[in-house]
Design a protein around this ligand. Structure first.
Ligand code: NDP
Ligand code: MG
Length: 410
């Protein structure tokens, strides 16, 4: 079952049930993971934490696992395993490490798995959760971008539930609830415009990672913060929405809305527009994904529309933010093109954060990688997770090779 259908009951907790929801959080030490566990900590009677994971941050993982009485804690990086074991010794919490242990953690019996590992590293564990027929609360957008149809088939085959966590998609999911799908005309995702919304191209060419990481409204992990600055994030979200909702690419639009209060607008054929509004705090959409189809009291700031007074909207500028066009073209090209886009973007963002390339080079390198992949016959249809992982790996190598001349030339 995907976000495009709305049944009356859930796999785990139902409206009248008092049994705690068994919850696994993949990427527990990240921005989404911490927000999820903040809600868990405030509602301990609602949740039973099964497994938590991180990549390198063993001290924080151990702290969270102990605080939330998790059964299992898994660290991706084997070098940190010793630290994790020491910190968990005597607690009864099982420690694991490496990619296979991440998959096994995702497979442990649970009602819901929060998929909040960043990047393509989240693919295999999120697929594993889907295959178990779990509710997958999906924050990891890269999964839908790189593996869209393949991932959705797994969800369908296993009878899993897919609930979007990304705020715009959660907003669309809410605005579509109970509606006549045939009357759906258009979905408009809002974009804050990021920290460089008003910068000209010359200034953008000199933008530093520290500046790009300073998002005006949202507090997020490093990779998505850079994606917000380039607006690749919105490009990835168009692809995400394309897979989640029953629309064509032409029915998906973006509007820049600097206040980040309206998260998405759904247009219907009778001229009605249903929007979802809320403060820019990810605990809102996370709460909805965990409690759907119910709602859970959530301690986010309440909107004060009088105080806000003005909500503004602008058209996106693809000349200054070409990542939007590059992402749309990848979606139109189809097959593995969005997977190449995602892999190249991860490589380029990393290079920018390491100050090996400039800000404007990010979208340019991604576009160049897709072109080069096309020339080499690398754009093909993807049928399985193995196909996706192979395409992701090849694309990373290609993207890295295209960074080399830049580095050599300084
Ligand atoms: P963060 O960088 O804050 O956290 C990422 C988490 O994934 C951390 O727990 C990290 O562990 C873990 N991780 C990173 N690399 C690996 C790896 N190779 N193997 C296993 N675990 C890994 O990211 P965010 O929380 O910001 O984002 C998570 C996902 O949610 C992303 O896909 C993002 O696009 C999406 N998203 C995020 C939003 C936000 O507001 N933050 C909004 C909408 C979507 P460690 O701490 O040890 O490095
Ligand atoms: Mg978003």
């Amino acid at each position: 079952m995907t976000a495009s259908s709305h049944p009356g009951t859930t796999a785990g907790r139902t409206a009248n049930s008092v049994a705690p929801q068994r919850l696994t959080v993949l990427g527990a030490t990240g921005s989404i993971g911490e927000s999820t566990l903040d809600l868990v900590g405030r509602n301990p009677e609602r949740f039973d934490v099964v497994a938590l994971s991180a990549c390198r941050n063993a001290p924080r993982l151990a702290e969270l696992a102990i605080r939330h009485r998790a059964k299992t804690a898994v660290i991706g990086d084997a070098e940190q395993y010793g630290v994790l074991c020491d910190l968990l010794s005597g607690t009864g919490i099982r420690a694991g490490c490496g990619p296979q242990a991440l998959i096994e953690a995702a497979e442990e019996p649970a009602d819901c798995v929060m998929a909040s590992i960043v990047g393509a590293a989240g693919l295999a564990p999120t697929f594993a959760a889907a295959r178990q027929g779990r509710r997958v609360a999906l924050a990891n957008k890269e999964c839908l971008v790189s593996a869209g149809d393949v991932f959705l088939s797994e969800i369908e085959r296993a009878g899993a539930e897919l609930i979007p966590v990304d705020s715009e998609h959660s907003a669309a999911f809410q605005a579509l609830a109970g509606s006549d799908r045939k009357a759906l005309e258009r979905i408009v995702l809002t974009a804050s415009g990021g920290p460089f919304r008003t910068w000209d191209l010359d200034r953008l060419s000199r933008a530093a990672p520290e500046e790009a990481l300073r998002h005006p409204n949202w507090s997020m992990g490093r990779k998505i913060s850079i994606d917000s600055a380039t607006m690749m994030n919105k490009g990835l979200e168009i692809i995400e929405a394309f897979h989640l909702f029953p629309v064509t690419a032409a029915q998906l639009d973006i509007v820049v809305h600097p206040q980040s209060v309206v998260h998405c607008l759904v247009f219907y054929t009778d001229g009605s527009v249903l929007a979802q509004l809320g403060p820019p705090d990810m605990r809102s959409p996370i709460s909805y994904a965990l409690s759907w189809p119910d709602r859970m009291a959530t301690p986010v700031a309440r909107l004060d529309l009088v105080k806000l007074a003005t909500l503004t909207f602008e058209a996106p500028d693809e000349a200054r933010f070409p990542a939007l066009r590059v992402a749309r073209e990848a979606l139109a090209r189809g097959g593995s093109a969005p997977c190449v886009l995602n892999a190249a973007n991860e490589v380029a963002v990393e290079a920018f954060l390491d100050k090996r390339i400039g800000f404007l080079d990010i979208a340019a390198k991604v576009a160049a990688t897709i072109e080069a992949a096309d020339v080499r016959g690398m754009i093909k249809s993807l049928r399985s997770l193995d196909d996706v992982l192979a395409a992701d790996g090849e694309s990373r190598k290609l993207a890295q090779s295209l960074l080399q001349p830049h580095i050599a030339n300084g």
